[in-house]
Design a protein around this ligand. Structure first.
Ligand SMILES: C[S@@+](CC[C@H](N)C(=O)[O-])C[C@H]1O[C@@H](n2cnc3c(N)ncnc32)[C@H](O)[C@@H]1O
Length: 228
């Protein structure tokens, strides 16, 4: 084992399957760019044999759809993409891509309806516009299966004018509010705060449903409870 940046990784961390495929296909989630795959390996490695429904928002050619399809052999991979001409048929083979806008609730409703078992993992790598990230989370997190994981990539856009910095509440500021929901109000048996809040009002949806959140450079993982 070695210690890097205060986190402990096994020696082969750099060559995990997520990183390997991302690097081969030059996907920006890989080690040479955002390096999100180190975190995907960290949180998803023990899930790769499971039968999951995985949805990625923002498909482009379909390189990351190919990545998920290669790593999660027993899962079904779905994508959402606004540009119907973007995808490469070979890369998305065996997967289903829905064409539409991630902020269009009617469209999202149709997507959810066509996957009756629901999604276990949602990854938002779509527009990266901070208000879109919040809106899509608002719609899909409550429909995520119990124990599911919701991921938002490229949160650095919260600090960029080009992505509406200063115009609306940023996605990072929004997520910071959810941190309060977990830590101060969050449902937890034996938690004295919980008892105080319960006396004064009912818990809000995210206080009841978020198990935890992990922030890493540019990316956030939001873990849903098994029961609300
Ligand atoms: C960063 S690329 C996705 C890259 C892909 N996930 C990968 O790693 O290979 C973002 C994609 O999101 C799509 N997109 C942008 N805005 C969108 C929206 N509002 N709804 C759905 N897709 C959107 C873009 O057309 C683009 O193909």
């Amino acid at each position: 084992m070695e210690i890097k940046n205060n986190f402990v990784f096994s020696d082969n961390e750099n060559i995990n399957l997520f990183t390997k495929i991302a690097n081969q296909l030059w996907i920006d989630k890989g080690a040479s760019q955002h390096n999100y795959t180190r975190w995907y390996n960290y949180y998803f490695d023990n899930k790769t044999e499971e039968q999951l429904n995985i949805l990625e928002i923002g498909v482009a050619k379909g390189r990351s759809i190919y990545l998920w399809n290669s790593c999660f052999k027993n899962s079904k991979i779905y994508g959402i993409e606004i540009n119907k001409r973007a995808t490469d048929k070979e890369l998305i083979k065996g997967c289903k891509v829905f064409i539409g806008n991630q902020t269009d609730e009617k469209f999202l409703k149709k997507v959810c309806k066509s996957v009756p078992d629901g999604f276990d993992i949602v990854i938002d790598d779509g527009s990266h516009v901070t208000s879109d990230q919040i809106k899509t989370f608002g719609y899909l997190f409550k429909r995520l299966n119990p124990g599911g994981i919701y991921v938002i990539e490229d949160l650095q856009t919260s600090y960029q004018k080009k992505y509406q910095k200063g115009k609306y509440k940023s996605a990072v500021d929004y997520l910071k509010g959810l941190v309060d929901d977990i830590n101060y109000n969050g449902k937890f048996k034996c938690n004295s705060f919980d008892r105080v809040i319960k006396k004064s009002r009912k818990l809000k949806k995210y206080e009841k449903t978020i198990e935890g959140m992990s922030f890493h450079a540019g990316i956030c993982f939001i873990f849903k409870r098994y029961s609300g």
